[in-house]
Design a protein around this ligand. Structure first.
Ligand code: PEP
Ligand code: MG
Length: 544
């Protein structure tokens, strides 16, 4: 049997399925039937089991993880927590509800203490979820603790889950939801995890099923034959062209700097090893997804310095916090939103909390002064010239030398001339630009097919930006996933992109493809794509 989704990257993975359990819903407040003594005994037994399990896992894990797991094991046996649970049960709560409320109360207390203590709040939340899962007799949430390599099947992963996947065990990732530019997919690409997203039929896969995941065509073969596996391995070997690392260039020598997208200083080594000429998108919010409080200027400065130091003398484009939608930051709350992608996201969220934006800019300026990197700053989700003016003026007032904006909303592309009259540069976020042009939520598996940057409508908006760049003489880069698709990268250059930024794992393929085309040829391919009537037609017209 063959299932179909959308591949991220071009790798292949083969192994047994392990399913990620669904998150545990909050226990209800109904009054229980059992007497308090029996109910408390249930809670006590569950806590004991969780404590023992965590202590055993700590011993197996060793290293840094041991400390965290041992601490969690102790949390499950904390006498004041147990007292709190007992008293809540005595007022009629179920064991599940009492555990939930007691842990929640302690979590809030830790958060209010800030710093190190606040960071432990999510560990406490995890112990609470594990205990409630035991009480309900269901699997504990989170990535299962399995001691053999596996292909993880999940509805979708929170960005924090994806970031913390144990790469020694996770061979590949299949998600039912999520499109090719969901942040799960982006993190998977950045960690070179073979992933196929939006596989709506993956609900039928059970633990232990053997699967062959091919990201290059988005297929999942269930119970593959030896011949299937061999054919896949041959395809993979054929794709591995040896490309010398060097600057991005077209066949005629036109320079197209190839930059890396990163989410933290930890990604720098890989970017350098794969020949990134600089950083084109530093997704700063990725470092603070688990933070309960806004990071201080000093904390941020340290992280930025680590990246700038590694790229002394080279270009680093830092994006200000892009909170909201699937990247919620606790310290930048948006309130209840029915359509978070259309809500208080990106610059809108930081503008509503301007001190956080000022602090970030201050930290970037201070870290720049300490290092020799050529640092630029840009804001996400900028809609028009007025928002560009707001951001550029604020950034300059804090001391930023080069301030630009991301073109991710169609209005920004439609007003490109005005926007580039103010901003020093534009970087096109094709992931969001596609989501908003096609009105298709990039997180939703059911509309993942719309999330295709080959759509001529998206390419026409890119052209408006490229033309405005040529007219103003200002750079127009691309930092969305589109830049990681080798053939589309050529088209983007033909449309006026002056640099391309992507997950480091994509650099080699894009570098190779660019060398096959002159600028004139890239422009001719761009015209073909623009004239097509669908993404498939655009692809075919360029490929032929
Ligand atoms: C984009 O939208 O293309 C982009 C680069 O930003 P992000 O994927 O982080 O939203
Ligand atoms: Mg974006």
């Amino acid at each position: 049997m063959r299932l179909q989704g959308i591949g991220v990257g071009r790798g292949i993975a083969h192994g047994p399925v392990v399913r990620m359990p669904d998150p545990i819903p909050e226990p209800g407040t109904e009054i229980r039937d059992a007497d308090a003594g029996t109910e408390f005994a249930r809670a006590g037994a569950a806590l004991q089991e969780v404590a023992t399990d965590l202590a055993e896992r700590a011993d197996r894990a060793g290293g840094e993880a041991k400390g965290v797991l041992d601490a969690q094991s102790m949390m499950a046996q904390d006498p004041s927590l147990i007292d709190d649970i007992r008293s809540r049960i005595s007022t009629g709560r179920t064991a599940e509800r009492a555990v939930f409320e007691a842990f929640h109360g302690f979590q809030q207390m830790l958060i209010s203490m800030g710093g190190y203590m606040a960071e432990r709040a999510s560990d406490l939340g995890d112990v609470s979820q594990r205990t409630i899962a035991r009480l309900r007799g269901v699997a504990a949430p989170g990535v299962p603790d399995v001691d053999h390599p596996f292909v993880l099947v999940a509805h979708d992963l929170a960005p924090a889950d994806t970031a913390s996947l144990d790469l020694a065990r996770v061979l590949g990732l299949i998600t039912l939801g999520g499109g090719p530019t969901s942040h799960t997919a982006i993190l998977a690409r950045s960690q070179a995890i073979v992933a196929v997203v939006g596989v709506t039929d993956a609900a039928s896969l059970v633990d232990g099923t053997d699967v062959l995941v091919d990201a290059s065509d988005g297929s999942v073969i269930v119970e593959p034959t030896t011949a299937d596996v061999e054919a896949a391995e041959q395809r993979l070997a054929a794709r591995r062209v040896a490309v010398p690392i060097g600057p991005g260039k077209l066949a005629d020598g036109t320079e197209v700097p190839l930059l890396a997208n990163i989410g933290s200083p930890a990604d720098v080594a890989d970017a350098l090893a794969r020949g990134a000429e600089g950083i084109g998108l530093f997704r700063t919010e990725f470092m603070f997804l688990g933070a309960e409080k806004a990071p201080t200027v000093a904390e941020q400065q340290e992280q930025y310095r680590a990246v700038f130091d590694a790229f002394a003398g080279r270009k680093v484009v830092v994006r200000t916090l892009d909170a909201g939608s699937d990247k919620p930051l606790v310290f930048l709350p948006t309130g209840q939103e029915d359509n978070p992608a259309l809500g208080l996201r990106g610059l809108r969220a930081t503008r509503a909390n301007e001190q956080i934006l000022r602090d970030q800019l201050t930290a970037i300026v201070a870290a720049t002064a300490e290092t020799g990197a050529d640092v630029s700053v840009m804001a996400p989700m900028v809609a028009d010239a007025a928002e560009t003016e707001y951001f550029v003026t604020l950034a300059r007032s804090v001391g930023v030398q080069t301030a630009g904006v991301m073109a991710e909303v169609p209005s920004c592309a439609l007003m490109a001339g005005q926007v580039l009259g103010i901003a020093d540069f534009v970087s096109i976020g094709t992931n969001d630009l596609t989501q908003y042009t096609l009105a298709a939520d990039r997180l939703l598996g059911s509309v993942a097919a719309y999330q295709d940057p080959w759509h001529p409508a998206v390419l026409r908006l890119v052209k408006l930006l490229g033309d405005a760049g040529i007219q103003s003489g200002r750079p127009v880069g691309v930092c969305g996933e589109a830049a990681a698709d080798p053939l589309l990268a050529v088209v983007l250059v033909g449309l006026g992109a002056t640099s391309l930024s992507m997950a480091p794992s994509a650099l080699a393929d894009v570098r190779t493809e660019l060398r096959q085309h002159t600028l004139e040829h890239a422009r001719a391919l761009a015209v073909r794509a623009l004239d097509a009537s669908s993404p498939a037609e655009a692809r075919a017209a360029v490929r032929d």
